[in-house]
Ligand binder design. Structure first.
Ligand code: PMP
Length: 448
């Protein structure tokens, strides 16, 4: 049946990224951090359906909650009340600081970000949106204007659909290790932060100001940012940069949007939301992926005042607030708390970062190991001096070898040169030992 499945896939399913391996995986079952193929092979899932399966594949409590709701009521659209909408909105809002208390439920990250940008434009009555090069905010026509990595290479983004200002290359940050950052792992090249001056941050701020000044007539609607860039390969900003950036945006009348699609729901360990590590308070927060552990749902949370810009039914969607989705979302929040997943993300993530950093010391092609909690990037280079991305075929070979030995990794970055690790947050230290050993073996084979 494998060959048959592959034939149908090639014929009737749109060609997407998902045919990633030379012999694409045909998966059958998932249980917590594990995936199983049809031949009974088991894989430690370090990518979690693109950072989405947050609490574990088929987590028993989440599955049970969904099943119970499926037998009761599926859908009414948000035009009527049913308890799951109110209960979920209240629960989600309780996890965000004041005054972020109004929840819009949507279906995907792109849709959540579309709505956030729409809100910022409506509320401020300005138009320009500032974003980072290397950002990924979604694939909708609206979001293509602010997404670069993934689409940029194909010349689709940048000015497609909306007037967007892109920042200069420095923000693409292909080498996240070149500045100090909020990570348990030391950077390869230290900046002089330890002496109280961060030149990297100053450079970023200069560039940021330049970009803000290109906005005509120097007023902006908003600034959208991932607290850690995900698709771009776990790219972190210099310490203190976002706080200053938020101030500059607000001075020009703009709103600050934190895209928590990857960094939210305890992924970064130390905090529930990524923005909290930067000591900032956004005006709008968007979330998807981990929110539903794989169930399609997403949300935008903002203040009552900003939300009122959408009064008079300016925004409607059919599926947002679906009863099953709301119940799943609530069960995911319970699981994060009951299973201690934020703490696990912090502890196991830090352990993994430190273990991987040892491989960086040992192997010239491991250019950088970075991240926070269970959001980790391993950047592959030809050598640490040149920082050129390791050629694609070589990275692919390491990647395939890891898969054959039972480890599924993600890839990201403009040249797909960074391995991305974002497992279900129930992963254990023992799993990390296994994963690091497999990765070490794959690297050893490569350098032999
Ligand atoms: N924002 C970020 C940070 C993302 O990583 C993604 C998806 N990779 C999106 C938005 C878009 O989400 P979706 O694919 O659910 O539309």
């Amino acid at each position: 049946t494998y060959d048959h499945m592959l034939e149908i896939r090639k014929r009737n399913v749109a060609p997407t990224l998902l045919m990633v391996y030379k012999k694409p995986l045909l998966l059958h079952q998932g249980h917590m951090q594990w995936l199983f193929d049809y031949e009974g092979r088991r894989y430690l899932d370090l990518f979690a359906g693109i950072a989405t399966v947050s609490v574990g594949h088929c987590h028993p409590k989440v599955t049970a909650a969904a099943q119970a709701q499926l037998a009761r009521l599926w859908h009414t659209s948000s035009i009527y009340m049913h308890p799951p909408i109110q209960e979920y909105a209240e629960k989600l809002a309780s996890l965000l600081p004041d005054p972020l208390k109004v929840v819009f439920l949507t279906n995907s990250g792109s849709e959540a970000n579309d709505l956030a940008v729409f809100l910022a434009r409506l509320y401020t009555r300005n138009f320009d949106i500032i974003c980072f090069r290397g950002a990924y905010h979604g694939g909708s026509p609206y979001m293509l204007g602010v997404t670069s990595v993934g689409y940029y290479k194909h010349g689709v983004a940048n000015g497609f659909g909306c007037a967007t200002t892109m920042l200069p290359d420095v923000f693409r940050g292909p080498w996240g290790g070149s500045h100090c950052r909020d990570s348990p792992v030391q950077t390869v090249r230290k900046c002089s932060c330890s002496e109280g001056v961060c030149h990297a941050k100053d450079q970023y701020i200069e560039q940021f100001k330049e970009t803000l000044n290109t906005s005509v007539p120097k007023t902006i609607a908003g600034f959208i940012v991932e607290p850690i860039q995900g698709v771009n390969g776990t790219v972190q900003y210099p310490k203190g940069f976002l706080k200053e950036a938020f101030q500059l945006v607000r001075e020009r009348g703009g709103l600050c949007i934190s895209d928590e699609v990857q960094t939210g729901f305890a992924r970064t360990g130390s905090h529930f939301w990524g923005f909290q590590s930067h000591d900032v308070l956004p005006d709008i927060v968007t979330m998807a992926k981990g929110i539903g552990n794989g169930f399609p749902m997403a949300a935008v949370v903002t203040t009552k005042e900003i939300a009122s810009a959408l009064a008079q039914n300016l925004h409607i969607n059919t599926f947002g607030g679906n009863a099953v989705a709301c119940v799943v979302g609530a069960a995911v929040l319970d699981a994060i708390e009951e299973d201690g997943l934020q703490q696990n993300s912090e502890e196991v993530g830090t352990y993994m970062l430190l273990e991987l950093a040892k491989l960086r010391e040992k192997f010239e092609i491991v250019g950088d190991v970075r991240g926070k909690g269970l959001m980790i990037g391993i950047e592959m280079v030809t050598n640490k001096g040149s920082r050129h991305p390791l050629p694609d075929e070589e990275i692919s070979q390491i990647w395939e070898d890891c898969k054959d030995m039972g480890i599924l990794l993600g890839r990201g970055g403009l040249f797909r040169q960074t391995f991305r690790i974002k497992p279900p947050m129930c992963i254990t230290r023992k799993d990390v030992d296994f994963a690091v050993e497999v990765f070490r073996t794959a690297l050893e084979r490569h350098v032999e």
